[in-house]
Ligand binder design. Sequence first.
Ligand SMILES: CC(C)(COP(=O)(O)OP(=O)(O)OC[C@H]1O[C@@H](n2cnc3c(N)ncnc32)[C@H](O)[C@@H]1OP(=O)(O)O)[C@@H](O)C(=O)NCCC(=O)NCCS
Length: 160
Amino acid sequence: MPEDVLEALLREDRAQIGRLADYHVPPDFPGEATGLVRLRRDQLAADPSIGPWLLRAIVRREDRVMVGYVNFHGPPGVNDTMTVGAVELGWTVFPEYRQRGYATETANALMEWAAREFGIRRFVSSTTPENAASLRVHAKLGFVPTGEVVDGEVIFRLDR
Ligand SMILES: CC(C)(COP(=O)(O)OP(=O)(O)OC[C@H]1O[C@@H](n2cnc3c(N)ncnc32)[C@H](O)[C@@H]1OP(=O)(O)O)[C@@H](O)C(=O)NCCC(=O)NCCS
């Protein structure tokens, strides 16, 4: 999501969002993701070259509805385990669109993109032990627990 869209989201300027985005943004977004949007906007302003590693809307093909959002934690090397050359993924699907495979499809597509465009082979992700849906997505993608726990989150790794 480019900086002008993030700015419009933070201002809650719905008319401007409608002009800038060629997909439908739910009226309650960013809501609880406002802090994340602000952080990504600040990072993008400081270094526009890292844009592809920051916030993306998950947009459903058939009706151009934003069903969630996804991001890497930053460019290669920026991840919970500070593993050189690895990227960390984080995903959210809005409640009404869950359990349709969207998180799994999105994560797979992003990992393929990172491998194709940047030769990334190692992926990191984390979630809390009680987040059953996220644990299941990790398993479906082939992530394996590393045994590390950072800030109460179980760390997973996937080498593709
Ligand atoms: C985690 C999250 C992104 C999953 O999105 P999604 O689009 O529903 O994921 P998918 O449909 O690709 O897969 C979900 C899987 O979890 C399973 N699942 C969902 N709720 C579950 C539960 N309570 N217990 C066990 N499995 C569960 C689904 O059945 C599905 O598995 P299946 O394909 O084998 O049936 C979504 O629940 C979410 O946004 N949660 C809040 C934010 C979050 O926790 N993000 C992850 C932080 S690491």
